[in-house]
Design a protein around this ligand. Structure first.
Ligand code: BES
Ligand code: MN
Ligand code: ZN
Length: 459
């Protein structure tokens, strides 16, 4: 990936002035009459989303005006790459409340495109931003691009083996230990739920449990878990075609966990890290788990399968139990777990669940600060009995009366979560509608906020 954020440039650069609406008039008055006239004709008022490229009399680009509106959200810089001609720009000016590193990161995130199967659409604009930790910006942008690439890659090219390969590459890059337990080995190693969900896939696409461990002994342990369903047919409770269409993205949690782990390792945060990624294909075959089956779990709790489409919580149950054995100081899990989370909050505002008030407050604060929106929903105990089974310790399909499917899914996970601070994120990981800087397709959610939270918590 050629870098789009630069520390400096040898050649000619076009200065880029980002202004809030209330300061646009005063700024324009400092400019030559030609620029003022151009701004007048184009009705440039510093409104959010306004971009005006001003050429000189020879037609050579002289400067660019970028409107930030009243709120001055640095994420507005995401839209810029799509609105600029290829070339090199320099962030000459921005309002004080727009952090330059966040603007640079937003520009990098907005430059993302998925061109694995399609010829790239030509050169990209690049931006010189002085006075920022460029390495940090690039690492975060790179991790987000990794998550988006993984989500965008269809299941025929991103099966369990490909996720394992990516995990091995990341582990190698940061000298981490990696263990992968596959297929029948899952039974021997006591991951029965991962095995039950993934066993219907063809042997080359066998289920596996990936565990990456990193960091010096003695440091606090952070466990990051991600749901890795490379494709979710629903199993025997097969999804209708509309519901199945996007299910290549059902490994979004795994992609996010690997990306967050990569950020933590790249920054050498003073923690120990374990990334736990159960990877399966929720497929249909003669060997598929059936509605009504009772399966075991690593924790020893028996689970009645009320619905084979509620598979994510099953594989996460075993991963959470594994995390608990390691006694982490903090556990975070990310999963494209329920349609109900979308019904509650829509695609752009992922809910999170935790009973730890301090952790909830910290997550909320960093979500705001990083412009990586998250919204807390309750682990409401009143719905816990919706998971009671007549014949097993619990069931994976909550009673319909409880309705709140994202909450009951989180309550299911809580039965397996470690005792200490734990938060669960029900992400969508996807932009259904493309907009400038947010192309339709895979999207990284929550992990920039979580990276900032982890960095502060263990500083
Ligand atoms: N992967 C889906 C959830 C999902 C659907 C996420 C659409 C994003 C978009 C999950 O495995 C699932 O099918 N959940 C069921 C659970 C139900 C059967 C209890 C759901 O949400 O309908
Ligand atoms: Mn499902
Ligand atoms: Zn799923």
């Amino acid at each position: 990936m050629s870098e789009v954020i630069l520390a400096a440039s040898e050649g000619a650069v076009v200065p880029l002035h980002a202004v809030a609406d209330h300061e646009a008039q005063a700024f324009l008055e400092t400019q030559p009459p030609f620029v003022q006239a151009m701004a007048r004709f184009a009705e440039f008022k510093g409104r959010a989303g306004q971009v005006l490229s001003v050429p000189d009399a020879e037609g050579v680009l002289e400067l660019v005006l970028v409107g930030l509106g009243g709120v001055c959200d640095p994420m507005a810089f995401r839209a810029l790459p799509a609105k600029l001609a290829p070339g090199i720009y320099r962030l000459a000016q921005a309002p004080a409340e727009v952090a330059r590193d966040q603007a640079a990161l937003a520009f990098a995130l907005g430059s993302y495109r998925f061109d694995r199967y399609k010829k790239p659409a030509g050169e990209r604009p690049r931006l010189v931003v002085e006075g920022v930790d460029l390495e940090e910006v690039r690492q975060v942008a790179h991790a987000c691009a990794l998550a988006r690439d993984m989500i965008n890659t269809p299941a025929n090219d991103l099966g369990p083996l490909q996720i394992e390969t990516i995990a091995r590459e990341i582990a190698e890059q940061y000298a981490a230990q990696i263990t992968v337990i596959e297929g029948e080995g899952l039974l021997e190693a006591n991951y029965p739920a991962v095995h039950a969900v993934g066993r219907a896939a063809t042997p080359e696409r066998a289920p596996r449990m990936i565990e990456i461990a990193w960091g010096e002994a003695g440091r606090p342990l952070v466990a990051v878990i991600g749901k890795g369903v490379v494709f979710d047919t629903g199993g025997l409770d097969i999804k209708p075609s509309s519901g199945m269409r996007l299910m290549k993205k059902d490994m979004g949690g795994a992609a996010h966990a690997l990306a967050l782990g990569r950020m933590i390792m790249a920054a050498r945060l003073p923690v120990r890290l374990v990334v736990l990624v159960p990877v399966v294909e929720n497929a249909i075959s003669g060997d598929a788990m059936r509605p009504g089956d009772v399966i075991g779990s690593r924790k020893g709790l028996s689970i009645e399968i009320g619905n084979t489409d509620a598979e994510g919580r099953l594989i996460l149950a075993d991963a959470l139990t594994r995390a608990a054995e390691l006694e982490p100081a903090l556990t975070l899990d990310l999963a494209t777990l329920t349609g109900a989370a979308r019904a509650a909050l829509g695609p752009h505002l992922p809910p999170f669940f935790t009973d730890d008030e301090d952790l909830a407050a910290a997550i909320g604060r960093h979500a705001d600060a990083e412009n990586d929106p998250l919204w807390r929903l309750p682990l409401w105990k009143g719905y816990a009995e919706a998971l009671d089974s007549d014949i097993a310790d619990l069931k994976n399909d909550p009673d319909a009366w409880a309705q709140a499917g994202a909450v009951t899914a989180a309550l299911f996970l809580q039965r397996f979560a470690p005792a200490g601070p734990w938060a669960h994120f029900d992400i969508f990981g996807w932009n259904s509608k493309g907009s400038p800087g947010r192309p339709a397709g895979g999207e990284a959610q929550a992990i920039r906020a979580l990276y900032a939270m982890v960095r502060e918590r263990f500083a």
